[in-house]
Design a protein around this ligand. Structure first.
Ligand SMILES: C[S@@+](CC[C@H](N)C(=O)[O-])C[C@H]1O[C@@H](n2cnc3c(N)ncnc32)[C@H](O)[C@@H]1O
Length: 289
């Protein structure tokens, strides 16, 4: 028992209370702050990764409620908490918190904050700022390269993408999939507004092996021709009627289903690598490979 406690102290956890319990003791029920169930999700995610974060970046602080819960739970962690608008928050007693002004879209400033504070990488990032898809994606692009292998990048409130009233949200309509499969559609329609579109785009980064395979294939001349020919429906129909040819094409040359998912600006080597991407109501957690 003594050894168990000791190892917890060494790993930086507050041995007395869980993140959820600490958050409860501080909870204002102000709707702008996160609901308590998020803390439960974070705690579980950290446990599953065996991660006790020593370097934490929180983007979106508001009155500091979540920052204080994190600071109490991880008393030996170095926590940088940034917000567009600095408020008068009493962080006395929270010496491990560094509260800074920063716009989540200011890539240069975010990167310099990361370099200065987390030279060996950041363990935990929580983006609880604007909840606007485009801005959150900019933040991800700036900060994710600074997350260390095994670290977590958490995106809060992605459900705003389903809100008609939200700046970049839109009402959900379920996709109608044809009952038969005589004609294979290349796209399955999917809700892609705002934050929903952003977090779904991260699925690409869990498929880097397939993307690499596709890119390797696309380099060969024959494959390029096949890709080109595949764009013409009549040719596709002919191939569909010749199972042996189809097998040869798909088996040997691995004709890719879709070449448009690779972001044009990033080479395969530059793509972020995700170990996993987990979705919860309101919370999306990317773990870095
Ligand atoms: C939902 S609140 C944060 C709540 C806090 N994390 C908590 O759980 O108690 C969102 C915060 O993000 C900040 N914010 C909004 N847009 C931002 C931006 N572009 N860059 C940085 N912070 C931003 C707001 O000022 C606000 O304080």
């Amino acid at each position: 028992m003594v050894f168990w406690n000791l190892s917890k102290v060494q790993r930086g956890f507050n041995t007395m209370s869980s993140l959820l319990e600490l958050a409860k003791s501080n909870y204002s029920s102000d709707p702008v702050t996160k609901p308590l169930r998020y803390y439960e999700i974070y705690e579980q995610a950290l446990r599953e990764e065996g991660l006790s974060p020593k370097f934490i970046l929180e983007i979106g602080v508001y009155e500091g409620e979540s920052t204080k819960a994190l600071a109490k739970c991880f008393p030996t962690a170095h926590i940088v908490a940034v917000d567009l608008n600095l408020r008068k928050i009493d962080f006395s007693g929270y010496e491990n918190v560094h509260y800074l002004q920063c716009d989540q879209t200011d890539s240069a400033k975010l990167q310099s904050i990361c370099r200065d504070n987390f030279p060996d990488g950041v363990d935990l990032v929580i983006d609880d700022a604007s909840h606007i898809g485009h801005l959150s994606r900019l933040t991800f692009n700036s900060v994710f390269p600074h997350v260390r292998s095994g670290g977590l990048y958490i995106i809060e409130d992605w459900g705003t993408g389903y809100w008609d009233t939200w700046m970049d949200g839109g009402r959900f309509t379920d996709s109608i999939v044809p009952g038969s499969a005589d004609k294979i559609a290349k796209k399955i329609p999917s809700h892609h507004f705002g934050m929903v579109g952003f977090v779904k785009s991260l699925v690409d980064y869990t498929a880097t092996d397939d993307i690499a395979k596709n890119q390797a294939v696309a380099h060969r001349l024959t494959s390029r021709l096949i890709l080109y020919a595949g764009r013409f429906r009549s040719l596709r129909n002919i191939v569909e009627r010749m199972p042996r040819v189809k097998l040869w094409l798909t088996g040997v040359h691995n004709v890719p289903a879709n070449t448009q998912n690779t972001p044009k600006s990033l080479s395969h080597a530059e793509l972020p690598r995700l170990k996993s991407l987990k979705f919860f109501p309101g919370v999306c957690i990317a773990s870095k490979a």
